[in-house]
Design a protein around this ligand. Structure first.
Ligand SMILES: [Zn+2]
Length: 334
């Protein structure tokens, strides 16, 4: 039940207030576009809003959490709430999904509530055809339908869709909010909680992953270790090469970990009391920072960004890895 109450949302006060006021004053619109990076809390904000839209007697724009509609929601079986998402065997939301799971349903009157709510997750992954199909219903929506499109990047949606939505953007939370959130948690060791809070950088989903996903955390630890070894041992290069090959599917995470750690090294080399993200690697960020010049650190970070760009353009993985490692090695032993 908790997730249907705004109390469960950390931060995003402005957006929550707007959504609450819309329901309280009965001034909702038929389409919303909630955007922000993955993990920022788009779905977390959507749950209480959808609950309030469906609730039989909302209180100040919030779901009452007691009526039969709210009870159906809590049971995970509300017949008037729909989630459209990328099918597990596909990489995008196609026109068939929009037609079958959304448009057909939208023309059937609500079953128990006065509204019908359609949430489109990862809206940016709708194909052009899917977006055009959606556009038709956004142009003339049934009076009871509310569409909530969640998207990490607004600009991947057609302008014609965007212009029909009330746009709400979720911004990074303050470091204080993140620290308080992870401070209240009891999972994991204290050291890992501190790392997760710093790692979140305003995005609770990002920090949450570091706290709860053991393989993600292990990959982080191993990646930083491998980088440190490159400075210590001649075999470090081939170890890192193997590491990159083994984690090809998680290359984006590996790059992210390296960039975050190198940023710490740079900050540490400028100021001894700079706040770090890799809070578990204080000593190492100082020592590794000494292996490279400030210019060298920048070069390695640039090489990583170049590597990421090449992968996005589908460059050969092995060759791109080798180029990256050669550049890192050159800077370390310069
Ligand atoms: Zn209710």
């Amino acid at each position: 039940m908790k997730k249907f109450d705004y109390e469960s949302v950390v931060g995003h006060d402005l957006v929550c207030t707007k959504l609450q006021q819309a329901v309280a004053s009965d001034r909702t619109v038929s389409a919303y576009l909630i955007s922000g990076p993955e993990g920022i809390g788009k779905k977390t904000v959507t749950y209480p809003f959808a609950a309030a839209l469906l609730c039989e007697s909302p209180q100040n724009g919030r779901a009452c959490l007691q009526c039969s509609s709210c009870r159906l929601l809590a049971g995970g079986a509300h017949p008037d709430l729909f989630f459209l998402t990328v099918p597990p065997d596909k990489k995008s939301i196609g026109v068939e999904e929009v037609r079958d799971q959304l448009i057909k349903e939208a023309y059937v009157r609500p079953f128990s509530a006065t509204r019908k709510v359609f949430v489109i997750e990862q809206g940016e992954l709708m194909t052009q055809g899917a977006q055009n199909a959606l556009l038709k219903i956004l142009e003339e929506p049934p009076s009871y339908a509310v569409f909530i499109i969640l998207a990490s990047a607004q600009d991947q949606l057609l302008e014609t869709i965007r212009s029909r939505c009330l746009k709400l953007q979720l911004l990074p939370l303050s470091a204080k909010d993140c620290a308080a959130y992870f401070g209240r948690m009891t999972e994991g060791a204290e050291k890992r909680r501190a790392l997760s809070a710093a790692f979140s950088q305003g995005n609770l989903g990002r920090g949450q992953r570091m706290l709860c996903d053991d393989s993600y955390y292990a990959l982080y630890v191993e990646t930083v270790d491998k980088l440190l070894c490159m400075a210590k041992r001649p075999s470090g290069l081939s170890d890192m090469q193997r590491h990159l090959a083994e984690h090809k599917d998680a290359a984006a995470d590996v790059i992210d970990f390296l960039l975050v750690f190198l940023r710490d090294c740079m900050r540490r080399s400028i100021s001894p009391d700079a706040l770090l993200i890799c809070t578990d690697r204080e000593k190492e960020s100082l020592s590794f920072g000494k292996e490279l010049t400030a210019k060298g650190l920048v070069c390695v970070m640039e090489a990583l960004i170049h590597f990421r760009d090449r992968l996005q353009k589908n460059a050969g993985y092995t060759a791109a890895c080798l180029e990256l490692l050669t550049r890192i090695q050159e800077e370390i032993h310069d």
